[in-house]
Design a protein around this ligand. Structure first.
Ligand code: BTN
Length: 264
């Protein structure tokens, strides 16, 4: 496959006040030949897509909703690492923006990643990602990211697990700087990944991983079972390595990690 000429992430940029889903639009554009780095943003999505067929709900104009077209030159078994790289980029960017605004002040926030790609602030989810791919002659991956920036109202069920940057910091935030920083950070890690510099990526990822060496529950949706185990790390493919109660280690490619405090 001939790789498209690469301009940089964020060019060209299509913005919609309202659209069904930025992922859906980015996929359509990609199928029409859009270059790697093409960006789609929206103030509001009427059919925002979440993982596992769920909906992604985000109040109008209060959040960051975007999708980027990727044409990775990577063997398919490494595509799972894209999600790790994107999660690191968001975690680093959120940390950076907060540190910059609170410079010299005594404020501390905890930014973490819940496997595989939820970003948490003070142990609640502020960001979700959905990677959708289309294989074939010209494989493409759409990386869709939703970050709760200024939304302060969540329904009761969601509020147990989700929050926003504004709710945690009690401040309103300009949204664009998050996008700019995430795109440039992601681009740096994405290039490193394609150059085979995975060790640095794993190190960065594990430094953010919530529950490392702690007991967690993994919900396996295909079998509807809950597996208990201690997170021992990740595999080179990005799979989660759990130590099971019988002492053996097993890797999981899918599932949702639950943290014990969410049960309390
Ligand atoms: C999740 O379930 O955690 C993933 C949510 C991903 C939501 C983002 S918002 C921008 C992009 N467009 C979509 O339709 N979904 C993703």
């Amino acid at each position: 496959m001939e790789k498209s000429p690469f301009i940089g992430f964020g060019e060209p940029h299509y913005h919609f006040e309202v659209c069904a889903s930025t992922n859906a639009i980015a996929m359509d554009l990609a199928k029409q030949g859009a270059l790697e780095g093409t960006l789609v943003t929206a103030d509001f999505q009427t059919q925002g897509r979440g993982r596992l067929g769920r909906r992604w709900m985000a109040a109008k104009g209060e959040n960051l909703l975007f999708s980027v077209v990727l044409r990775p030159v990577l063997p398919p078994e490494k595509w799972g690492l894209l999600t790790l790289v994107a999660a690191i980029a968001v975690a680093e960017s959120v940390e950076y923006q907060l540190a910059e605004r609170y410079q010299g002040q005594n404020a501390s926030f905890l930014t973490q990643i819940k496997w595989s790609n939820d970003v948490l602030l003070n142990r609640k989810k502020i960001c979700g990602m959905l990677l959708e791919s289309s294989m074939g002659q010209d494989p493409v991956v759409i990386l869709g990211i939703g970050i709760n920036v200024n939304q302060t109202l969540f329904d009761d069920e969601l509020a147990r697990k989700a929050t926003s940057i504004a709710l945690i910091t009690e401040k309103e935030w300009p949204i664009a700087p998050f996008l700019v920083h995430i795109l440039s950070t992601f681009q740096r890690y994405y290039i490193a990944l394609q150059k085979g510099m995975e060790q640095g990526i794993f190190k960065a990822y594990l430094s953010y991983l919530v529950g490392l060496n702690e007991s967690i529950h993994l919900h396996q949706f295909n079998t509807n079972t809950m597996i208990e185990g201690i997170i021992r790390g990740i595999e080179p493919t990005g799979a989660l390595v759990l130590e099971l109660p019988d002492g053996t280690q097993k890797s999981f490619h899918s599932g949702e990690v639950s943290l014990s405090h969410w049960y309390s």
